[in-house]
Design a protein around this ligand. Structure first.
Ligand code: FES
Ligand SMILES: [Fe+2]
Length: 381
């Protein structure tokens, strides 16, 4: 058996113990958090600045930039970002703003280009961000073109994900940042999936949104007709990797394992793994051949987030049955996130300032929510 199979077997065992005992992994105690942590605009600005503008964020999947010249232009947190895979295969990140007078050199979206021509006065940049042409440069006057390349952002590609820091010239060591979580992410083999669908979803505020990604306590009540049909509510196997986390849920088939010899178990078949990369990434393997990747960013206001939701299939659907299975998965996760999680979140968000609560509680059965909020405090204070 491979190391991975042994690991999945061990996780299944842990989940099954909880299933039998009607228990779950727990934090040491209940944690409380002032509601001001969700509503205070100054605190929000400080935390978003520290967490989202100075830490490495998962910006995109390697799959979104499949070949030299592939690019993705996306505006996040008031930063126009341009990711480009260069001729040398390396992905680089830039601020998508011309060095002449700031026009975006690439329209938002994806595509393939060898050169980015600014739409304002037609300066051109190559895939490495270097300024390679200035329209009628002899009339403009002499400048040192070598220092007028697009402004770089720290960028690294690991585990099938592109990690970027949004503050220019702020370096980071992605291996240190991910630590042992990198080996965990590697097991997902994210470079070998097929992108089936992508969409952007408007969600409630940052913390209300993230809380919903980090516990299984709500699955029976909120997701009874969607993802909750496949998972056992309130059963969590939880591991942390510093700020990053792995959550394991039990699938509905888990209980049947109790009657079968371990040698008959199919490792991983009866559990569902969710990998949560601090502060904005969730990768959820809900069913074996399908995976949901969510990149979550604070939106234009304190009350909103923007989620880039990507539906992955193990391989491109070919037969009508495969197409139907993938379409069904995609529709289900859209419904679960937009119509269930985020709909609930918007209702919570609407009442946050009502004075109903001065504190929120994170239960012992919500250890991943607790860990997330503890790490926000560590990074901010
Ligand atoms: S702003 Fe880009 S060429 Fe002038
Ligand atoms: Fe949910």
């Amino acid at each position: 058996m491979t190391d991975r199979s042994l690991e999945l077997l061990a996780l299944t065992r842990r989940a099954l113990v909880h299933y039998r005992n009607r228990t779950t992994d727990q934090a040491d105690g209940i944690m409380s958090m002032p509601v001001a942590a969700y509503t205070d605009p100054e605190r929000y600005e400080r935390e978003v600045d520290r967490v989202f503008r100075h830490l490495p964020l998962a910006m995109a999947l390697s799959l979104e930039l499949p070949e030299p010249g592939s690019y993705l232009a996306i505006d996040q947190l008031n930063a126009p970002v341009l990711l480009v895979r260069g001729e040398d295969g390396t992905v680089r990140a830039f601020l998508n703003a011309c060095r002449h007078r700031g026009a975006p050199v690439c329209k938002p979206g994806t595509g393939n280009a060898r050169v980015f021509a600014c739409p304002y006065h037609a300066w051109t940049y190559n895939t490495q961000g270097e300024l390679v042409g200035r329209y009628r440069g002899e009339t403009f006057g002499d400048v040192d073109e070598s220092v007028l390349g697009l402004t770089s952002l720290s960028c690294a590609e690991r585990s099938g994900l592109i990690w970027v820091t949004l503050s220019p010239d702020e370096a980071f060591d992605v291996d240190e940042w991910l630590g042992p979580f990198q080996a965990e992410l590697d097991t997902l083999d994210l470079t070998n999936w097929h992108i089936y669908e992508q969409r952007e979803i408007l969600g409630p505020g940052w913390k209300v949104t993230m809380d919903g990604y980090l516990e299984v306590y709500h699955h029976d009540s909120v997701h009874g007709k969607t993802v909750g049909e496949h998972t056992i509510g309130n059963l969590l196997v939880h591991d942390t990797y510093g700020p990053h986390q792995r959550m394991v849920f039990g699938r509905r088939s888990l209980g049947a394992l109790a009657d079968r010899a371990e040698s008959d178990w199919n490792p991983g078949q009866d559990i569902r793994l969710i990998h949560s990369g601090f502060p904005n990434l969730s990768i959820s393997g809900i069913l074996g051949d399908h995976c949901l990747v969510s990149h979550i960013f604070p939106g234009p206001t304190i009350d909103t987030t923007l989620t880039r939701q990507t539906v992955l299939a193990a391989k491109p659907p070919v037969t009508p049955e495969e197409e139907k299975a993938t379409a069904t998965f995609s529709a289900m996760v859209l419904q679960a996130v937009r119509d269930e999680d985020y709909a609930m979140g918007f209702r919570i968000q609407a009442g946050l300032r009502s004075g109903a609560n001065t504190e929120f509680l994170y239960g012992r059965n919500e250890p991943a929510v607790q860990n997330y909020h503890r790490w926000i405090s560590r990074f901010v204070n």
